[in-house]
Design a protein around this ligand. Structure first.
Ligand SMILES: [Zn+2]
Length: 280
C-alpha cells in the first residue's frame, strides 16, 4: 500500500490515524542531521486530548505534531476538550476489538524485518492478552511496511484501532525492540517520558535535545500504558533519544544514565496492557 492509498484510506475512516515516530539508540548520530520525517506546513495551535499544542497544518486534514506525530481532524479541535484517561472503544483512541490486532505484511518487507516483526508480536502475545491475526477479509487492519519515509532505524505507527486501516512504517534496519515499541502505539499507548509525574523520576536535558524536537519531552496529561512511571517501559524513550550532540537527553535524578527503556515489555507494561485489554 503506498502513501497515497493510505491518505485516501484515512480520509474515509471514522477513527483516523495518529502517527508516532521512534528511533533506536544506534540512530543518535543519524538523528543529529536527519529528522524522522520531512514535512512542510504552517504552524498553528490546536487542542489535542485536553492540551493546547503547536501543530503544522499539512493542508490535507492532517496536522503534524512533534515533527513526527500525525493527527487527524478527529484528534484535534479549536476548543479545549476533556482528556481521556483510559482506553475504551468510544475514545478518540480506540482499542482493538476482541484483543486482536489484524495485520497485513507489505510485500516489500525484507526477511530481516519479517523476523523482527514476528519476534515483536510474540513478545506481546506471550506476555499479555493481545493476539495478532493475519488479515483475510477484515475491513480494518494495520499494514506493516518497509518505508523510505523514515530513517533506516526509525519507525512510525498509527495509534490504536482505526476504522478502515492503520499503518506501521519501518526503516530497513530496525530491530525487534523498535518494532515492539511501535506495536505498543498500535495498541493505543503513548510515550512514558511525557507522563505528568515524570519529573519525580527523571531529568530532561533540554540543552541536548535537537532543535524542533523539544515538544516530544513536554509533559502531556494523557493516557499511559503503565499505572506508575516505569523507566523500563517499552514506551519509555532511551537516554539519547533525539540528542543533537551525542549527550543524554534524559537522565535519572542523580544525573546517571539508565538502560532497559524501549527494549522489552516490562512487568508494568504487562499489567497495564492486560488492564486495558482484559482477558476475554
Ligand atoms: Zn514511540
Amino acid at each position: 500500500m503506498n502513501t497515497k492509498k493510505i491518505r485516501s484510506f484515512k480520509t474515509l475512516v471514522l477513527g483516523t490515524v495518529l502517527l508516532f515516530a521512534s528511533c533506536q539508540k544506534e540512530s543518535v548520530e543519524e538523528n543529529v542531521t536527519d529528522d524522522v520525517t520531512t514535512s512542510n506546513g504552517k504552524l498553528i495551535e490546536k487542542y489535542f486530548d485536553g492540551d493546547l499544542v503547536t501543530v503544522k497544518d499539512m493542508g490535507n486534514g492532517e496536522y503534524l505534531y512533534h515533527d513526527d506525530i500525525i493527527l487527524s481532524e478527529e484528534h484535534v479541535s479549536d476548543t479545549p476538550q476533556i482528556a481521556n484517561q483510559k482506553l475504551t472503544l468510544l475514545d478518540p483512541v480506540r482499542k482493538w476489538p476482541n484483543n486482536t490486532v489484524v495485520f497485513a505484511l507489505s510485500s516489500n518487507l525484507s526477511l530481516k524485518l519479517r523476523v523482527n516483526i514476528l519476534l515483536a508480536m510474540k513478545r506481546w502475545s506471550r506476555k499479555t492478552n493481545i493476539k495478532f491475526k493475519k488479515r483475510t477479509n477484515e475491513f480494518s487492519y494495520v499494514t506493516i511496511m518497509q518505508s523510505e519515509d523514515v530513517c533506516s532505524t526509525c519507525g512510525l505507527a498509527s495509534i490504536g484501532f482505526n476504522f478502515g486501516g492503520g499503518v506501521i512504517k519501518l526503516g530497513h534496519n530496525v530491530d525487534a525492540n523498535l518494532v515492539t515499541h511501535e506495536l505498543g502505539h498500535t495498541l493505543g499507548f503513548l510515550h512514558e517520558q511525557a507522563r505528568p509525574e515524570r519529573d519525580n523520576y527523571i531529568i530532561i536535558k533540554w540543552e541536548n535535545i535537537r532543535s524542533g524536537q523539544e515538544d516530544q519531552f513536554k509533559i502531556k496529561n494523557s493516557r499511559r500504558l503503565t499505572r506508575a512511571f516505569d523507566i523500563n517501559s517499552i514506551m519509555m524513550y532511551h537516554q539519547y533519544a533525539f540528542s543533537k550532540n551525542g549527550k543524554p537527553t534524559i537522565t535519572l535524578l542523580n544525573g546517571e544514565g539508565y538502560t532497559g527503556a524501549q527494549e522489552t515489555i516490562s512487568p508494568l507494561d504487562i499489567i497495564g496492557t492486560n488492564a486495558a485489554y482484559p482477558k476475554r
